[in-house]
Design a binder for this molecule. Structure first.
Ligand SMILES: CCCCCC/C=C/C(=O)SCCNC(=O)CCNC(=O)[C@H](O)C(C)(C)COP(=O)(O)OP(=O)(O)OC[C@H]1O[C@@H](n2cnc3c(N)ncnc32)[C@H](O)[C@@H]1OP(=O)(O)O
Length: 358
């Protein structure tokens, strides 16, 4: 999964040969990743508000933060590879297979026995929209059945994920807010179930800060590797909400009830080192060598007999699957009520009107 300079040059040429226009959002991402890979973080002055094109480019590049150049190069190659389709077979990087070029919010690639699912809204810190929840479920279902040995979830840009996209709450259906809360609870329950039932080793490569549901879900992964830049934050009470992702079951089990309460009720933000000491993270790596060290390790894991790994996961998890589904159902029931509360409405409005940030 390490893109060489040759892979990068090939990808650059493939972009010019794309038969289908990938759309402005993807073009901006390609631009940003290319600039980051070749020049490092954006140091250009911010263009004026009426300079729309350059402002959009600047936003996309700046959105990548301090993403290492090597990682940007890899992500650029993966993105180009994901744009390839059966109609344009020459566009894929040799050795890397794009499983589903059709995702809008993800880049999914398979190589060396590993399917990598990358959250791909770097300018929005990889916040999870309704579309992204749906695409993640599809990508996980496909990865569970493909011939890769491992599945990896990671983020593009400087964040792993900023949790639920708070604009999800603004899209109110004809049935009103009650219907919205009900639909969201069903979506959330189905989404989390995909992680509970995932049949092969699932690994989180936490490339930067993680917020909300992207943190709580980590208790359902088989290994969590984090950059020392990552932080882990679950500000549910601040948002008038309550925990999900089976964290009411997994967190007390992983870190003990006192530490779990500190994180899930009082919103204590953990550093990567703290999350590792509390058992949520498997290992922390310096950001400068994170991608290199983690992918070398994952490649070695992917050479292990896949059926043995699946069988081991199954016996490790079988005993608790029922409790996990029960925790998921209860968390969604409580959240459905929270989403209708003034506390939640006020917190979301404050964020959306730029009056509040975590
Ligand atoms: C089906 C429903 C299921 C619900 C499941 C329940 C899940 C619950 C949760 O996950 S709770 C956690 C929700 N997340 C947050 O509250 C995070 C909100 N974001 C922030 O506080 C900040 O953006 C930040 C700390 C993550 C990053 O700050 P900073 O580095 O200063 O960057 P910006 O704020 O400028 O962010 C850039 C850009 O991204 C947009 N954005 C970031 N996070 C979210 C988000 N969660 N939802 C929507 N939009 C987000 C931000 O608005 C900026 O957009 P702009 O450039 O202004 O257009």
């Amino acid at each position: 999964m390490r893109a060489s300079q040759v892979d990068f040059e090939n990808a650059k040429n493939q972009v010019k040969l794309l038969k289908k226009d990938p759309g402005n959002e993807v073009k901006l991402q390609l631009y940003a990743l290319y600039k980051q890979a070749t020049e490092g973080p954006c140091k250009m002055p911010k263009p004026g508000v009426f300079d729309f094109v350059n402002k959009a480019k600047w936003d996309a590049w700046t959105g990548l933060g301090d993403l290492p150049q090597e990682t940007a190069r890899q992500n650029y190659v993966d993105l180009v590879s994901s744009l390839s389709s059966p109609e344009s077979p020459g566009q894929a990087r040799p050795g890397a297979e794009s499983k589903q070029g059709a995702y809008e919010t993800l880049v999914v690639t398979s190589e060396d026995g590993i399917t990598k699912i990358m959250l791909n809204r770097p300018a929005k810190k990889n916040a999870i929209t309704t579309k992204m929840y749906q695409e993640l479920m599809l990508a996980l279902q496909a990865a569970g059945k493909d011939d890769s040995a491992l599945t990896v979830l990671t983020g593009n840009g400087d964040y792993y994920c900023s949790g639920n996209d708070l604009t999800n709450f603004t899209d109110i259906p004809p049935g009103g807010v009650e219907q919205k809360a009900k639909d969201s609870a069903v979506l959330l329950r189905d989404f989390v179930s995909c992680f509970i039932d995932f049949p092969k080793p699932l690994i989180a490569v936490v490339n930067g800060p993680a917020v909300g549901i992207s943190v709580t879900l980590l208790g359902l992964f088989d290994a969590v590797y984090a950059s020392d830049r990552a932080t882990f934050h679950t500000p549910f009470s601040h948002l008038g909400q309550s925990p999900e992702g089976c964290s009411t079951y997994t967190f007390p089990k992983i870190m003990g009830s006192a530490k779990a309460a500190e994180v899930l009720i009082f919103g204590k933000k953990l550093t990567a080192g703290e999350a590792c000491a509390q058992g949520l993270v498997t290992q922390v790596f310096p950001d400068s060598t994170f991608q290199k060290e983690v992918w070398a390790r994952l490649k070695a894991f992917a050479k292990l007999p896949p059926n043995a790994m699946r069988a081991s996961k199954e016996v490790l998890r079988r005993g608790e699957r029922e409790q996990l589904h029960a925790a998921n159902a209860e968390e969604c029931r409580v959240l459905q009520g929270r989403w209708l509360s003034d506390e939640c409405a006020n917190a979301v409005m404050a964020f959306l009107s730029r009056r509040a940030k975590l």
